[in-house]
Design a protein around this ligand. Structure first.
Ligand SMILES: Nc1ncnc2c1ncn2[C@@H]1O[C@H](COP(=O)(O)OP(=O)(O)O)[C@@H](O)[C@H]1O
Ligand SMILES: [Mg+2]
Length: 332
């Protein structure tokens, strides 16, 4: 294990959605979540819909809309807590170190500008007053198009002239234009068809390997995320269930939720794997079950699970597990 400090360190992060009593009061969507993303590391966050993934991403990026409120914790990017930054310092960090692509690329693109104009705008603003020539920026825009697998002619397209996959590629090119130290991707390929998705992910991985930026990759498909991430964080109802190496996770997951999820999914490369194929549904966060939040769906649950929430126990190598009765690494 390297002794290098993590690029991103999320510590005890909790987020509520505040509502008045008529809607049942506050909902804790992210509950004391901690994990690290090392320099050059790809960390995947996986969990069913509603488990708090997007809320977590938005809290980290400081883009959480009301009524979401960060209740506690730290988000350290290279040791600086983003949660404590004023608007100007936050803007500086965003231009220098942090970029993201969310599920809908349409939100990230300006409908009235060509791809060329949008890339040029980002490149010029990222450079600040020491701006390079328009010709140099244009060359850089061409290179970014090649990086994300788009033909250079597409520089002159408007967003509505592009397919969903192309728009998502443009969004990624815009995010990469900033040469981020950390790229956060929240279900960036969910809206795409399988072939396009696979192609785009492959391209993203090869860019990541070449450039060495860190990636926080969020999605609902545990099997797929485990394949591409160095480490995987499994969320259940706003809490961390397990943090484990992505490689061999399919065989070595220890939390019963992760095991059930993986067992319920068809093999690698088979589509339409939905996480709803395990019995029951995730709990409402307005009234989560006592004890371990997974106990009503868990085949291994004991009395302790009904009454006592298992603490997240740190294991060596940045791994962690929150379960009274975990499987061993052989699945027993
Ligand atoms: N705008 C909102 N107002 C109230 N509650 C919300 C809002 N957005 C999300 N939540 C709550 O937070 C939970 C997690 O949502 P989200 O982070 O979007 O999950 P995911 O991205 O994993 O599907 C939801 O189940 C819901 O209870
Ligand atoms: Mg989401």
């Amino acid at each position: 294990m390297s002794a290098a400090p993590p690029r991103l360190s999320v510590r005890d992060l909790s987020v509520d959605f505040v509502g008045d009593e008529s809607v049942g009061g506050a909902v804790r969507a992210v509950d004391a979540v901690s994990f690290d993303v090392g320099a050059g590391e790809i960390v995947g966050v996986a969990g069913e819909s509603g488990s708090g993934k997007s809320t977590l991403a938005q809290a980290i990026l400081r883009t959480l809309p009301p009524p979401g409120v960060v209740r506690g914790g730290q988000v350290l990017l290279d040791g600086v807590d983003l949660l404590g930054l004023g608007a100007a310092s936050l803007r500086a960090v965003r231009w220098k170190k942090l970029s993201w692509v969310m599920q809908s690329a349409l939100d990230a693109l300006n409908p009235v500008l060509t791809v060329r104009a949008q890339l040029d705008d980002v490149l010029a603003r990222a450079e600040g007053p020491s701006s390079s020539s328009p010709a140099a920026r244009d060359a850089r825009a061409m290179a970014l198009m090649a990086d994300v697998g788009l033909p250079p002619e597409r520089l002159d397209s408007h967003p509505h002239q592009l397919s969903g996959g192309m728009r998502q590629r443009v969004a990624i090119a815009l995010a990469l234009a900033l040469e981020p130290a950390l790229l956060v991707l929240d279900e960036p390929t969910t809206a795409l068809d399988v072939v396009v998705e696979r192609d785009l992910l492959r391209q993203l991985l090869s860019l990541q390997r070449a450039r060495g930026f860190s990636v926080l990759f969020i999605g609902h498909d545990l099997g797929r995320i485990a394949q591409l991430a160095d480490r995987i964080v499994v969320l259940y109802a706003g809490r961390v269930a397990e943090i484990a190496p992505g490689r061999a996770f399919r065989a070595r997951a220890r939390h019963p939720y992760a095991r059930q999820l993986l067992a319920a999914m068809p093999g690698v490369g088979v589509e339409a794997a939905t996480l709803r194929s395990i019995p029951g549904a995730p709990p409402s966060l307005r009234a989560p079950p006592a004890g371990c939040r997974f106990h009503p769906r868990c085949a291994r649950a004991s009395d302790a699970c009904v009454t006592t929430a298992p603490p997240l126990v740190s294991l060596s190598g940045g791994l962690a597990l929150s379960c009274h009765h975990p499987h061993d690494v052989h699945g027993r």
